[in-house]
Structures are given as C-alpha cells and as structure tokens.
Design a protein around this ligand. Structure first.
Ligand code: FAD
Length: 403
C-alpha cells in the first residue's frame, strides 16, 4: 500500500514526479553525506501508467553531437555496470550489463553523411568508440541490410545498446525510501509563491494539504509545462506520441541487429529470441493529451513495415507480438534537457524536456540536480549549458543526433 499523505508539514525538497528522474534525484540526495535535509516525492500514479518511463525502449548511446551529451551517457554506462558499487555494495542489487549491439546510423545523402562525420570527431574526442563504415563494410559485417541507397554508416559497439532501466529505477526508489526519503501517491495541484513573489513557498496536494518546501523539483515528464504553469512559469515541453512494436521474424537474422536508425525515420533493434523491437512516429506530430495512448495501426501498414522490409528484406515476413504508444516530453525549443533553477523563482528547479533520451540521462541528471539542491552548483559534470536561461536568451543547444 502506498502512503497517500505526507507525515510532515514542511520539507527541504519536494520532488513532483516519482518516475526515473524523480527517483534518481531522490536517491542521489539520499546518497550525499553533505545533504541532511528532508525529501518528499509526490507521485500522482504509482502504477506509472502514463509515465514515459513505463513506455521506454531503454537504450543508451554515445552517438550525440555535443560532448556534454556524450559524457552524460558515459556516466550512465559506468553507473549501470557498477551499480552495486555505487549503491553501497548492497548485495541485493543485481549485476547489470549493457547489451552493446550499438546504434547504426545510416546516411542516404551527403548532408547527413557530413553530420555523421562531424559527430564522430566530437564523439571520439570525448572518448567514444564510434566508427564510420562504408556501405561495403556495412554489407560485410551485416549482410542482411539492403545498402543500395546508403552512403555512410556510423556505429559504436562499446557501452551503446540496451540496459535494464526498470531495475535501476526500482532500486533508486527502494534504497532512497530505506534511507528516509518519503514517497507518497498524491498529486500536486498548485504551487504557491511567497508574498514577495520571489520564491516557491509551498505546494498544494490533491488531498488538500498545503506543504511548505525549501526547494521544489519539476520532474513531471510530459506534464512538465502543466506543473511549471502552476508556478506561473512557461516551459516549452509537450507530450509527443512515439510508437513501439515488438515483432517476430519468420526467418530470424543470423547475427545481432544493431539499433538501426533508418533514414526514413524508423528504428529497429534486437529484442531477443528471434524477436525485434522497432519504433517511429507519424509525420504529423502534434502535442497529445496526457492520457492519449491510442495506437496508429495505419502507420505500421503504410510506413513502418514497408521501411523495415526495404532495409532488411528478411523482415518482409514478420508478425507483430505487442505494441504500445508512449510520450516523449519533447523540448520544442532545442530537444535537449532543461535543468536547474528558474531565473526569477530560484527555488523552482527544472528537470525536464528530455525528448527521447531521458532514460540514459537519468543517472547524470539526477546526480547533477542533487548537487544543485545541496550546493547551489554542479560539481561532477557542469550541466549549466542546459539552464532555463538559454531559453530566455534564445541560445539553443543544437543536438544533431535526435531519434
Ligand atoms: C517510446 C519511448 C521510447 C524511449 N526510448 C528511450 C531510450 O531508448 N533511451 C532513453 O534514454 N530514453 C528513452 N525514452 C525517453 C525516456 O523514457 C524518458 O525521457 C524518461 O523516462 C523520462 O522520465 P521522467 O521521470 O522525466 O518522466 P516520466 O517517466 O513521464 O515521469 C513523470 C512522472 O511525474 C508524475 N507527475 C506529473 N505531474 C505530477 C503532479 N502534478 N503531481 C505528482 N506527480 C506528477 C507522472 O505521473 C509521472 O509518473 C523513450 C520514451 C518513449 C516514450
């Protein structure tokens, strides 16, 4: 049974949203000896039915176009591989691995081939093992692809692939609870400013209580803009639908399939046991309702399946086994994270806008947010480029490798 009501009238930190970003922040706070405050995590639905975290594909990559995004994913890889050691050598914690099948980006035009070449330089200088591949090299290593239209590929087979985000998330939640973080199933319905209008003073819960807070963290995923609005703040984050299908191939591939990003906007990867997982979205990509998870079956027939069968002819004969629609919390400004304090309301902390790469960013972003809450600065990795101020200043961080 989840607790519904807080035990105190006031907390040093209130985290709004208890999926992976809220859990990571709560855990890193609980792990920091310099932080001795009280923490309340408020989660509106402990079944996490509409959370992005429940619909994720749970992959990580180092193929980003900015060094900071590469380093954020490298910390994720290190955390996942050494989770037990990070979490106090707790012997209940399982050994996790990354299935490093790599992401295979395919370019079918010179402009995108140039982007891949430029990105590879950034990635390699940040310590990633990205290799460029000619169509002939791709064909030799992965004979199942049709590369007739392909000019260049880019792949990294080190710490890039699938990881078990759900287990990391569960352990963050569980261990943070054991260390005194309070978790309740309730909803923040209002955020109240002080009389001078300079700080958040308290939040109002759906159950009626008004709970005072020192700092408040917006970890509410696709609902980020709604939560920010409660404090009178605008943040450019929208729920955008992303579809996933798991299918069985009549003739499974004879080797591991990298997470292949087809130029037609479809991605597909190994799922195990002769099954594969693929995803995509419609060209018309509006903001959707928070509870809208209806599938687009026409998209499968008209675009996803034909794209798969063109790229990998063996995927002409496949059968869908399961499917779901989830929401990216899309940062419509520049598709990157929005982190740290609001410029005027300095105890309102953003943790939003992860635009499809938030699962792998959760270790670094939770650690960074916990540092900000404790010290008022980032200590491990400087995350200030992701500040809300860049939006006010109209300085987008252009990430050229978005899926
Ligand atoms: C189909 C799909 C595939 C993806 N694949 C990948 C991938 O391969 N790799 C990767 O890195 N990322 C991936 N992502 C993105 C990743 O899943 C998300 O970035 C990440 O899960 C975001 O976590 P979050 O905690 O910010 O948001 P969420 O998981 O959405 O959690 C937000 C929580 O806040 C709660 N909440 C909201 N408002 C309130 C309120 N007022 N009061 C209380 N609680 C509230 C919600 O109930 C929810 O549980 C994918 C996403 C989707 C949809």
């Amino acid at each position: 049974m989840n607790a519904k009501r807080p035990t105190q009238q006031s907390y040093d930190v209130i985290i709004i949203g208890g999926a992976i970003m809220g859990a990571s922040t709560a855990w890193f706070l609980s792990d920091n000896d310099d932080f001795d405050g009280s923490v309340l995590v408020v989660e509106r639905d402990m079944s996490f039915a509409s959370a992005s975290t429940s619909h994720t594909n749970s992959c990580m990559r180092q193929q980003f176009s900015t060094e900071l995004n590469v380093k954020i994913s490298q910390f994720a890889a290190d955390f996942v591989k050494n989770m037990r050691s990070y979490m106090g050598e707790d012997d209940r914690i399982p050994d996790l691995k990354i299935q490093s099948f790599g992401y295979m980006y395919l370019a079918d035009n010179e402009d995108f081939a140039r982007v891949l070449r430029e990105n590879q330089k950034v990635q390699v200088s940040a310590g990633a093992a990205t290799q460029l591949m000619t169509p002939e090299q791709i064909q030799a290593a992965y004979p199942f692809y049709n590369v007739d239209d392909i000019l260049l590929g880019s792949i990294n087979l080190v710490d890039e692939g699938y990881w078990d985000g759900a287990t990391v998330n569960d352990w963050w939640r569980r261990q943070s609870r054991e260390r005194g973080v309070e978790w309740i199933e309730n909803e923040v319905i209002a955020i109240n400013r002080n009389a001078a209008d300079t700080q958040v003073e308290s939040v109002t819960l759906a159950s009626g209580e008004v709970i005072a807070c020192g700092q408040v963290v917006n970890a509410s995923g696709p609902r980020a803009a709604r939560t920010a609005q409660m404090a009178g703040i605008d943040v450019p984050v929208e729920p955008r639908k992303r579809y996933t299908w798991v299918f069985k191939a009549e003739q499974p591939l004879d080797r591991e399939l990298p997470l292949t990003i087809d130029p037609a906007g479809v991605h597909v990867r190994e799922h195990g046991g002769g099954t594969y997982q693929c995803g995509g979205h419609s060209d018309v990509d509006p903001a959707v309702g928070f509870e809208d998870h209806t599938m687009d079956h026409a998209l499968w027939e008209s675009h996803i399946w034909p794209t798969l069968a063109t790229r990998i002819p063996q995927f002409e004969a496949i059968k869908v086994q399961s499917e779901w629609a989830g929401h990216y919390s899309m940062n419509t400004f520049d598709h990157n994270a929005i982190m740290g304090p609001h410029t005027a309301l300095s105890n309102f902390i953003f943790l939003n806008g992860f635009s499809g790469h938030g699962l792998q960013q959760s270790p670094a972003m939770g650690r960074g947010t916990a540092e900000w809450l404790t010290y008022g600065e980032y200590r491990s990795l400087d995350l200030t480029p992701f500040s809300y101020k860049r939006i006010e200043d109209n300085r987008p961080i252009i990430e050229k490798a978005v899926i």
